[in-house]
Each structure stands twice: as C-alpha cells, then as structure tokens.
Design a protein around this ligand. Structure first.
Ligand code: NAD
Length: 259
C-alpha cells in the first residue's frame, strides 16, 4: 500500500483525489491536510498542518497553493517523503525551492495530470513539425470563475512546447490582444487567451492558422477525476523512483500512466 498524505484535501482537486483513491487498490490516505475548516467536523485523519503528520516513505499529493507547495517540497526533502505536486502559478523563487528540494527526494510536478493533455502536447509537437513556420499559434483556455491564476499552467506549458518546436523564436507569449489599434499580428508570436466563468473544469484549444485554412487541437476536462487518476499514477511512480524532478511524460514512459 502506498501511503498518501493529501494536502489541500478539502479543495476541489483534493476531493477528486479522495474519490479516485476509493476506486484504486494499492493506495491508502494516511492523512488529510487542509488549512480550511470545511472538512467534516470531527472526521479522523484530518490535520491543519502537514509538518505534524508527514513521515519518511509517505507520498504527499498536493493541490493547494504556490506558497504551500514550496513549503511542502522543502518538508518532503527533510523527511524523506515523495511529492506529487499539481499546484500552478508558482513564482520563480517558489519554483527554485521545489527544484532544489527534488535533488533529495523523487517529485512529479505537472500543470495538468490528465492523459488527454499529455497526448494533446504530443499532437501539438507533431503538428508544428509538419507545418510551415508561418502558421500562427493561438492558445485559448477556459476555466471556472474561482481559478486563482491566469493564464493556466497548462496554457503556459503548451506555449512553451510551441516555442520549443519553433526553435525558441518569438520570446514571451502575447497574453491577450489588448484594446484599440493593436496592429497586425507579429510573425512567430504565440498568443495566449484566458476565459473565466461558470464551472468549466478545464478547456484548452490550440489554433494553428495558415493561409486560407486552420486546424484546431482541443482538450476538454469534464471531470477532475481525469487529473486525479493521473496524480495517482504519478504517486505510484514516485514511490519507486530515485530522487529527481519528473513530469507526467516520465510517468507515461514507464507504461504505468492513468488508465
Ligand atoms: P481549491 O481552492 O478548491 O483547493 C485548494 C485547497 O488547498 C483549499 O481547500 C485550501 O484551503 C487548501 N490550502 C491552501 N493553502 C494551504 C496550506 N498552506 N495548507 C493546507 N491547505 C491549504 O483549488 P483547486 O481547484 O483544488 O486547485 C488547487 C491547485 O491545483 C491550483 O493551483 C490549480 O490550478 C491546480 N490544479 C492542477 C491540476 C493539475 O492537473 N495539475 C488540475 C486542477 C487544478
């Protein structure tokens, strides 16, 4: 049994991971950590502070917030616990804290743990390798009204994939088109657009536009279980991996991805 310490357990993703564990043999949630008091009053196994519960050999699975993510990564390295981290929107300093902690224990990080987005990223690389460099790339992401960061980590990952496929040309993506006489689109630009509203779980479209034709690659997450099953596949991987910072691609390469 892989012992999971679930951080952000009362949140949308925390609850989805809880549900995924119920249907997945081989995992046990040893502790649920959340700073919010919204978990069932008096339920056993809940804690407000991960430092009081994390032990060597645990795998912490966290979907919480950037500050909590960086602090947890350091704690995992100190205690000898693995980490599966799904929080997005880390600043460069928080990112560096996680990278440095991953020198001591195994960690999988990902802006999107769904199998479909992993395949979308591969499909984008294939499409861009086959298309002339003059085709324009625009990424549109849609998420629920409560999402804290913008653009989504997945949109940034897709923009990074597109930039890498184009040989790193074009610099920073263009976030939104602005207002007024913004002028023609610059060659090689990668546009990223965020839409917020309602209860969208996650929707990413990559538009590839040429002369007189365009192609659309789209992934829609309808249920957070899609991310939760990927996080559990990552937890299984982390439990047996050497120290290092891994991605969902590394997990999928072992053939043990989400089912
Ligand atoms: P949410 O707000 O519903 O849940 C976050 C939970 O974390 C809350 O219950 C909050 O109380 C708790 N929390 C925050 N700081 C904490 C701390 N210091 N200690 C303990 N608990 C703490 O948010 P969500 O929709 O579940 O998303 C959480 C994160 O996961 C976001 O960054 C989101 O972008 C990301 N996310 C990633 C994926 C992926 O596949 N990687 C998928 C969905 C969401």
């Amino acid at each position: 049994m892989i012992p999971i310490v679930l951080v952000g357990a009362a949140g949308r993703m925390g609850r989805a991971v809880e549900q995924a564990v119920e249907g997945s043999p081989g995992f046990v949630i040893r502790a649920r950590v959340d700073r919010a008091a919204s978990h069932p009053a008096g339920a056993s196994g809940w804690s407000a502070d991960v430092a009081g519960v994390l032990e060597a050999g645990d795998v912490a699975v966290e979907f919480s917030d950037p500050e909590a993510c960086a602090a947890l990564a350091t704690l995992c390295a100190q205690r000898g616990a693995g980490l599966v981290s799904g929080t997005t929107g880390l600043d460069p300093a928080q990112d560096e804290v996680v990278r440095s902690a991953a020198r001591r224990v195994a960690m999988v990080r990902g802006a999107n743990f769904s199998l479909g987005v992993a395949v979308l990223r591969r499909a984008l690389r294939t499409a861009l390798a086959a298309l002339p460099p003059g085709w324009d790339v625009e990424i549109v992401e849609r998420h629920h009204r409560l999402k804290a960061d913008s653009p989504s980590g997945t949109a940034l990952a897709l923009a990074g994939d597109a930039a890498a496929a184009r040989g790193g040309e074009g610099g920073e993506p263009r976030f939104g088109r602005g207002k007024g006489r913004t002028g023609p689109r610059a060659a090689g630009e990668i546009g990223v657009h965020s839409v917020r509203g309602g209860t969208w779980v996650g929707d990413h479209t990559v538009l590839l536009a040429g002369e007189g034709e365009w192609l659309e690659l789209r992934h829609v997450a309808q249920d957070r279980l899609a991310f939760a099953h990927g996080a559990l596949a990552a937890a299984r991987f982390v439990a047996g991996a050497a120290p290092g910072l891994y991605t969902l691609e590394d997990v999928l390469a072992t053939g043990s991805g989400p089912q």
